[in-house]
Design a protein around this ligand. Structure first.
Ligand code: ZN
Length: 272
């Protein structure tokens, strides 16, 4: 049986949700068919350890862009993945801003750490990589870090996609077409337009066009948390007919040969 479990180590996004930890900001761990850590923000190490997920088992680390809520724990994961910096192994995928910096910013990760994964792959939109027996494709994003990418993981049992931070833009659905599970980073609720960031209105358009079997909203900012992510997800589901849920800290979703299963989280995080 082949399957991949997604563990939401955090579901908060943006500066204030991160600083206050109104929601955790540990990103998403993939386990099973692929051992990967996606966007290790503050808390990724601690909450993966609490969830009995060994950071040393991670074979693929993905950082979508150079914002602290998505990369802060990346260097710790590189140390874990490389047996405490003693063995060059494993893979890092990240865009230029993370690896080499960009205007007004600097590389997120030290050259010391960038020197240790066996493969460091720079991701530009449209690039695809063969990693651990699957294809990972970088998708387009429009965000305040102009080099931001999302990711598509093409498993034999279906495609999992993650938008990262981006605003909705015309045509973006073509990067996600055919996805079975679509994870959308939704910083703000409907009616709260914020250039460079997704609102529930944009998520509705995206989910409605891609028509995945399951849409998962995550990466909530403070305004989204105040509005209530579960209600926003319900609205998308009612409008589009696409099964849509709001992630909560510790939530687990399994996708595989038997379809998609939801399980309650084992962490003591916020449920709602
Ligand atoms: Zn960001």
């Amino acid at each position: 049986m082949a399957d991949c479990e997604l563990i939401f180590l955090g579901t908060g996004g943006g500066r204030f949700a991160m600083i206050t930890q109104a929601r955790r900001t540990g990103g998403i761990r993939l386990s099973g068919y692929l051992e990967a850590q996606l966007d290790p923000g503050p808390g990724a190490l601690v909450y993966s350890t609490m969830a009995n997920l060994n950071p040393s088992s991670v074979s693929l680390l993905l950082v979508s862009h150079c914002h602290l809520d998505h990369y802060s724990d990346a260097e710790v994961f590189i140390e874990a993945m490389t047996r405490g910096m003693t063995k060059r192994r494993r893979t890092l995928i990240a865009p230029k801003s993370v690896l080499r910096g960009h205007e007004g910013s600097w590389p997120c990760l030290s050259s010391y750490h960038l020197g240790m994964p066996k493969r460091v792959l720079e991701a530009n939109p449209g690039d695809s990589f063969e990693v651990e027996g699957i294809r990972v494709v970088a998708t387009r994003a429009r965000h305040t870090d102009p080099h931001t990418v999302g990711f598509r993981f093409e498993f034999p049992f279906g495609t999992l996609a993650y938008t990262s931070d981006t605003e909705y833009f015309e045509g973006m659905e073509s990067d996600y077409r055919g996805s079975k599970v679509l994870i959308i980073c939704v910083l703000r609720p409907r009616g709260e337009r914020w250039p460079g960031h997704m609102t529930t209105d944009g998520a509705l358009r995206l989910a409605g066009a891609v028509r995945p079997e399951l849409a998962i909203l995550t990466d909530f900012g403070m305004k989204m948390l105040r509005a209530g992510p579960a209600g926003e997800a319900k609205w998308i589901e009612e409008e589009t007919g696409i099964r849509t849920i709001a992630a909560y800290d510790g939530m687990r979703v399994r996708m595989g040969d038997r379809g998609i299963e939801l399980a309650r989280g084992t962490l003591d995080g916020f449920i709602g």
